[in-house]
Each structure stands twice: as structure tokens, then as C-alpha cells.
Design a protein around this ligand. Sequence first.
Ligand code: SF4
Ligand code: SF4
Length: 190
Amino acid sequence: MDGPLTMKKTPTTSWQVISAIKGLVSSYRITLLHLFRKPITEEYPEVKRTLPARTRGKIILTRSPDGEERCVACYLCSGVCPVSCISMEAAERENGRRYAPWFRINFARCIFCGLCEEACPTLAIQLTPDFEFCGTNILQFVYEKEDLLVSHGGKNKDYDFYQHCGIGGNSKKGKHDNEDEPINIRSNMP
Ligand code: SF4
Ligand code: SF4
């Protein structure tokens, strides 16, 4: 008597043989078709594709239209970064404008998720389509502020945080874009 684990052999039918041959012929047909197709290989790096502007590659720190650094060292990018690869120090200039004396990104840890760009209130930190940086020394992927800071505004050249924020960096209160004059709170009293 057969045990519960005994497998019964089923005879191979001619239909199964035909089906196997059809599968083989079908896959060889695809291979043959590709053999005579014009190759579409792009000769990178001689031929480079234009990547979309929103491609998430190397990170830059941009400047506002007046040429000043946009970064106000608020730590939002650093706080939101899932791999903690952004660090900086905050300081304030005499005119009340905040900045980062040093700002560091460790690209060896960065996963190019773009969360830092999403979190930045001043549009300072931006990801670019530049993905061409590689090397064998891991320390060369630690970028300092001098390596990150560019001389332009990146994706939104006209935005000036200090013209919107209401902080007395560039103008007095009430003089920024879309900002009302300060209210005399005594005028609200009965
Ligand atoms: S892209 Fe993502 S991982 Fe890279 S620095 Fe920004 S938040 Fe961090
Ligand atoms: S880059 Fe943007 S989010 Fe990061 S510290 Fe500077 S202003 Fe804040």
C-alpha cells in the first residue's frame, strides 16, 4: 500500500511534448528578431541624454537674486534627512540675516530622496540632474559649503526669501512682498 508521501508518476503525453517545443520555438523567435534589430545602445559617456530638470542628483546651495546666500541655517533639511548626512552651524550677520558658517553634506550616505529640498523654506538646497561623481576614496564625497554653494538661484531664480519672510534682513516690517503694515494692537482694544 502506498504511503501518504508517495508520488505517482504520470506518463508524458504527446500534448505536453508539443507544448514544450512550442515554448522553445517562441523564445528562439524573439532572440532571432533581436539579432537583426538596429542596436539602440547609447554610447555613454560620449552621448549624454538630457535629463529632466527634476532629476535628483548632486545637491547645490543656491543664492537669492541679490547674490546673498539663501540658506538661513534653520536645520530643517538636516532634521528631515532620513540618513542624517547634512550638518551645519548657524550664525547671524550684523544685519540680522542668518547664515551657515559651515555646511556639510556626506554624499556617501545620501540616497537622493529629495526630502531636504522639499523641507527647505528658502529654496536654498536643491537637487540637480548632475549624477556624474564617483571615486574610490570615500572621504571625497564629503562636500563642504565651498563645494556646494553656487553663484545662481537654481530652479527658481527670482525667489528671495527675505522679501517674503517679514524678518528685518533687507527691509523694515511691512515693506516685504505680500506683507501688510504692522498693526497697532492698541487699536484693537475696546
Ligand atoms: S536627498 Fe535625502 S538623503 Fe540626500 S541629503 Fe537630501 S534628505 Fe538627505
Ligand atoms: S538649506 Fe534650507 S532647510 Fe537647510 S538649513 Fe538652509 S535654509 Fe534651512
